[in-house]
Write a protein that binds this ligand. Sequence first.
Ligand code: ARG
Ligand code: ZN
Length: 845
Amino acid sequence: QTIYLKDYKPFGWIVKDVSLRFVLHPTETRVFSTITFSPNPDPAAERRFFLHGEHLKLKSAKIDGNPVSVDITPEGLTCDVPGCDFTWEAEVEIAPAENTALEGLYMSNGMYCTQCEAEGFRKITYYPDRPDVMSTFTVRIEGDEPVKLSNGNPAGQGDGWAEWHDPWPKPAYLFALVAGDLVNHPDRFTTKSGKDVELNIWVRPGDEGKCAFGMDALKASMKWDEDVYGREYDLDIFNIVAVDDFNMGAMENKGLNIFNSSCVLASPETSTDANFERIEAIIAHEYFHNWTGNRITCRDWFQLCLKEGLTVYRDSQFTSDLRSAPVKRISDVIDLRGRQFPEDQGPLSHPVRPESFQEINNFYTATVYEKGAEVIGMLNRLVGDDAYAKALDLYFDRHDGDAATIEDWLKVFEDTTGRDLTQFKRWYSQSGTPRLKVAEDWADGTYTLTFTQDTPPTPGQPDKAPQVIPIAVGLLNPNGDEVLPTTVLEMTEATQSFTFDGLASRPVASILREFSAPVVLERDQSPQERAFLLAHDTDPFCRWDASRELARASILAMIRDGAAPDTAWLDGLERVVFDDTLDPSFRELMLAVPTQSELAQNLFEMGETPDPDAIHRAVETLRQAMAERWADRLPRLAKDTWVTASYAPNADQSGKRALGAAVLSLTTRLDGGAAAQAQYDAADNMTLQLSALGNLIRAGKGDLAVKSFYNQWKEDRLVMDKWFGLQVGAAEPDQAVEVARALTRHPDFDWKNPNRFRAVFGALAMHHAGFHRADGAGYALLADWLITLDDKNPQTTARMCSAFQTWKRYDAGRQAHARAALKRIMAKPGLSRDTSEMVSRILEG
Ligand code: ARG
Ligand code: ZN
């Protein structure tokens, strides 16, 4: 059954207040609800009284104290209701211990927890489970668990019970409950208006030592949102809970954020620098949702990008401010090109604001999140920082307490700037990645850039209209001096020219600075000019991208013509990588060659069929050439990356370690693993230990270290996830499937735990040459396990199906194997709605 945006109607009743009482039990939890309804005067509202409810055992239902007879379907119930205000009371029974889908109320390691976004509350009790129905909640929890938490402020507790009251009206998807044997890492924060807020991170006993970093990140986020967006926290308490079994990263429940433990727990011994940075960003992301998501929520799930795009944009600004803005921007572009571009250009392509869906959980995508954030970045760039700030103030002012839409969002920008955003809005409705071609002309001192935009057809959208594209450009003169600083050109037509006068000589243009729009730039540019930009561009993103283009061109020439690596490019690269006046993390990004899946994506964008084995060989040859070319200089560079101060996961130290890891991987190609072994033996933090282990495995010298690592860390779930993932990731292409298969037989392979499942199969899906093995063994193994997991956990299964989204790009043999695997999943009796929607889109789109 498909749901359409155009069918939206408000609910026929207003929920004035909700009171819930939970009597906890693993298999017989009772949920008592008292809900006051009032007829919605809106003439557009639907008149049928329907409460969502799934897998609930209804014990009793009353209206105004009198038993009422109800019609129950698998989706919910209806009954006759009075035409005036009334009180609904129900008692239902649920079995959290049997809930393996991890949606609604479930158990993880003996602890009760919830995940309600998007539509999980209906698995807890009967309710109008839609984001535009907002209400205040009072929650009473009864049970022996020492810690019992819900949203809002504490409202009393006693022997075996605790009560919570959330004064802020919220939709049911922000409801949360946690109960268990938990310990807290406490702290406090004083808001800018002087309000004292109690902060806690709640974890299982034993994990107390992994909370300090998350707590600092939380306080930094609270301060940043006050300073930059003027947003203050609005309750007396803010709780974060770490949960081991969780389908996604984290969830912004009002006053009670619930996190996948991998996204909050951190210590230097067990977490890498990348883990720390990710944790900091996710804590910020969930905290920022308090205003962009909770105080202003979404009218319906088609508007998901209203909160997610904006909140991703805000957390990226936060990371840019705390760390290095150019490094964050380049990393985000790598991620966008690596995850969002394949989605946008394949069978799963959908607009940032989709217009229909079967299962909303399938739309928590890179397009909604990351392209959604890019769209806001473009808006910011087009209107400027001052107007952006004014528009946001108006947004918070005008829509506080609302369930809002993209129309509301764009209107605040129109009202503050006087701009007409009708055409800009296409970024929300049109799917696919625009291709931007550029031609240059130089005559009589005038330089002209002519751009042409074109978006290829995507499923359901054969014809595309021109979009508003902010193109940031700068001009350099032949000496490398900037003659035009960054200027944003606003392209609105299919083809459009921009001229620059008064130039003494033909300039070199730096185009799409800071990656000012999520497009594929197609530029016929000479290697000399690219090398010039690599050497001289003042925009770090374009400088990095010039090198990327040269790397890409070199690798493609190696694949097609058996060419040798491009030494002119390597010369230019060398000057950056060995320049110790530059930020080490920027140098590390420069040194990294495009990933194999990115190269496959590039070939696809150029209309060619990628050969995973050929791509793998070319990248290996290139990396070997780099190692040999710089053999004499690597030891010195490695030394420059040593950190003598005690470990801190800050930008400075992690940049050095990242560059050090890149150097180690080149060195390992020359010394057979000696340096990696030395680093492994001496490592006192996970960043160094893990990069050493990866290199030992790649050098074929990993057997002992793999065992010792296991013995050292077998009690630590999050470190063991790394151990599982790395063995697959570092395997040879013809071994990755066998390694993954062997790991599924390991006693610690707990496939019902999403983190562990993803550790193995996420790593396999990301192993480009390993997963896309010509004989289809990678596809078959993943399909087997998706079929197994679907019974237990549809959400995680469906999400992992996207590993197949590029299948039609490969040769006929691979396609046949992929199709067979997909059909086998599709044919499974009782396949979930989640997975069946994904597989059918992938097959048909
Ligand atoms: N709102 C959460 C976040 O972005 C993610 C929830 C994901 N939910 C889902 N059903 N996939 O922080
Ligand atoms: Zn979010």
